[in-house]
Every structure is written in structure tokens, then in C-alpha cells.
Design a protein around this ligand. Sequence first.
Ligand code: ZN
Length: 165
Amino acid sequence: MAGLEDLYREIILDHYRSPRNRGELPTPPAVRVEGFNPLCGDEIVLYLEVENGLVSDVKISGQGCSISQSSASMMSAAIKGKGVAEVRSLIRTFKSMMSIHEAQLEPETDRDELVTVVDPDSFGELAALQGVVKFPVRIKCATLSWNTLVQALDELESPSEHTSS
Ligand code: ZN
């Protein structure tokens, strides 16, 4: 398994060094949502634009640790061009990957055995982040951008709550 963990580390570092979809979008049409993880000081600013039910554009700014920033980069690459329903399903899969592990993290658990829940072939580069569950304090770093994405989708789907008309 050492080879797989090296690969995961390489993927995370690659996204940290060369983040995808970095920048900002005009609002509107995009929504802008900020996320903050006080445990680590990570900050994510997500710009999301949805057109005809598809994520037509996404940009990320902010700063933080390698896990938070690479997770946001991978997320942006995974959702761009996808339908909103598919994106929601991806969010559920990602969060269950993290929460299943979180629930199983009893002190006596052998954490090396936990890093096999998601098939790398079916989950692409995102599978690299499941290595994070071996370090429970970093799970919030990995899920920060995904929680921010949920907020952005909710805001896009009920814009009436955010206008004063
Ligand atoms: Zn962090």
C-alpha cells in the first residue's frame, strides 16, 4: 500500500502547487460563498455559476493548508461542466467517505485498514483525499470546500431568500 499512498501524496501536492480553477467570477451571475475552518485557519472563497442546470464555471480563491487547498482544487475540477444533481451526488459520496471514517475512528482501530473504502478508479483523484482520514484533525480541512459548495448550491437554488424584492 506504500505505493498507493505515495501516489495520493503526489496528487495532493500537485493540486496544492498548481491549483485548478484559481480566481474569481463576476457576481452575478455567479454566487460567492466563503468558508472558514478555524481549527486550521483555512479559508475558501468559492465562486459558482450554474447555467441550464450545469455548473458552467467555478473559481476558487482563499488560502490555507495543502489539504484544504488541494481538496478545493480537485473539487473544482470534478464538478465543472457537471449537472447539479450529479454534483450533489458527488458531495454525498465524498462526505460519506469522510464521515464513515470519522465514525470508525476508535483509538484501537487500525487506520491503515480504513484507506480502502473508495475505489480510486471510480472516484478519480478525489480518492487521494481518503488518506486524510488517518489524521482526523485534517478531515475538516478536506471537507471545507465541499461544505462551502453545498452553501453555494443552496443559495443558487433559492435566490429569493437573498433578495429584497
Ligand atoms: Zn487545514
